[in-house]
Design a binder for this molecule. Structure first.
Ligand code: PMP
Length: 423
């Protein structure tokens, strides 16, 4: 009886499997990425149907929120860490510590990539980013916003300089790299791998005669930031649009994106337009329009950014930083975007496209629409912008209705609907 049952069970299984004929699947060995850094970059370019169809053009967003650290900053952090390692400024198998001042995205990216890190953030930033950083094992210090962009009294730079002389946060020594003292460090499992490079370092137990170092990532002045976009994001956009790109629109925090992508696109297509999206309280719009950060003609821009309670995080600044300077000669136009417009755009995109983006992405898209309107484009021109991060980094401010209402910012998709309809 048992063999009878087994016979029929096998027969049925044979029938079952043969009923589900698999379609032919191409086998390939190049689809496994190595570690978390393998997930960075090569993001898709998404055509935003609602805006594109309403305008008669192609509004394309580079889906940077799909990077493993959740933002465009993964590219920059990876490049900064790689370049610093190559220059011997940090050592992968030691307790080297990376310091950075950040509104969150860069910090999360650095913490994702590097094992040793210390992040200094302005104290008005959405709490979810602080929480993400703590989960990633970063040390977070919250300071007044101005302390992370200040060149003279930059806290991250000071910490980096004082760290490492004796492997700890010691007293301020002005330059680490000049330190001749060498301490013997034995790597342990807790300290390696230094990066998510997909390599198992647990058995290494290498003895390295190098001192752990403090390294100031300095996204504002560090050229690696520009390079990440000039060699990565820019060429990707060029490839993905098949060379058909008429304008590139972006906001600027450090300016790395707009300068790196902008300069690359200009180098392959001279007449491509580079357009700045600038939030309230930032001086960059004035810089582009009038050549100075603070101009009486634009009362808004005369306010220091840290005095303006804006809900847009990550873009807008009042200091001429190096990475933004590289973009100045090529920026052809700019728009000041209000918080209300950005909020309206973000709500509109969820309603029409199911696309859930953060505040800087929304700003970029408002500027893209306004530029298309200003140029009178409606014949299939292509405008590319950056979807820097997802709405899920912004639950406590930009995506919090109560917060917005208490700040007097209207939540109304009609603003964007009117903008799209405007002649
Ligand atoms: N969006 C977000 C969410 C950011 O964190 C940043 C960087 N601070 C930017 C946009 C601006 O990019 P960039 O620094 O390249 O100008």
């Amino acid at each position: 009886a048992t063999s009878f049952i087994l016979y029929y069970r096998e027969k049925r299984q044979r029938e079952m499997t043969s009923r589900f004929k698999p379609r032919r699947i191409e086998l390939r060995s190049d689809e496994i990425v190595h570690g978390v850094t393998g997930l960075i970059g090569n993001t898709p370019l998404i055509r935003i149907a609602s805006l594109s169809n309403a305008l008669g053009v192609n509004i394309l967003g580079k889906a940077e929120f799909l990077n493993p650290g959740g933002s465009v900053k993964d590219r920059v952090a990876l490049r900064i860490v790689e370049d610093a390692e190559q220059q011997g400024l940090i050592h992968p198998h030691t307790r080297s510590r990376i310091f950075e001042g950040t509104v969150g995205s860069t910090g999360i990216s650095i913490a994702t990539i590097a094992k040793a890190r210390s992040i200094i953030m302005p104290d008005d930033i959405a709490l979810e980013k602080v929480n993400a950083l703590r989960c990633l094992g970063a040390t977070v210090e919250r300071v007044r916003p101005v302390s992370i962009v200040d060149t003279k009294h930059n806290i991250a730079r000071q910490h980096a300089a004082s760290f490492g002389k004796h492997g700890t946060e010691g007293s301020l020594s002005h330059h680490l790299i000049q330190s001749t003292e060498s301490v013997l460090v034995t790597t342990t499992m807790g300290l390696v791998p230094p990066r998510g490079d997909g390599v198992d370092h647990s058995g290494d137990n290498v003895k390295l005669e190098v001192e752990p170092r403090g390294f100031f990532a300095d996204q504002f002045e560090n050229r690696s930031n520009f390079d990440a976009h000039f060699e990565g994001t820019g060429p990707e956009i060029w490839r993905q649009t098949n060379g058909a790109v008429d304008a590139f629109v972006a906001g600027a925090g450090t300016g790395g994106t707009i300068s790196g992508v902008g300069q690359f696109l200009k180098s392959v297509k001279e007449d491509v337009k580079i357009v700045l999206a600038d939030p309230e309280g930032s001086g960059l719009y004035n810089k582009v329009k009038y050549g100075v950060m603070f101009d009486r003609r634009e009362a808004e821009g005369t306010k220091r950014r840290h005095q303006v309670d804006t809900v847009v995080e990550g873009i807008g600044i009042n200091r001429g930083v190096k990475n933004f300077q590289l973009a100045l000669p090529i920026i052809g136009d700019g728009f000041r975007i209000t918080d209300a417009e950005a909020v309206s755009m973000a709500r509109f995109l969820v309603e029409k496209d199911g696309l859930f983006v953060g505040s800087s992405s929304a700003c970029n898209l408002v500027a893209a629409v306004r530029y298309v309107k200003k140029m009178g484009w409606k014949d299939g021109q292509t405008v590319v912008t950056i979807l820097c991060d997802s709405g899920n980094r912004h639950y406590s401010k930009f995506w919090n209705d109560e917060y917005l209402l208490s700040a007097g910012i209207p939540i109304d998709t009609q603003i964007i609907k009117d903008l799209l309809r405007e002649p």
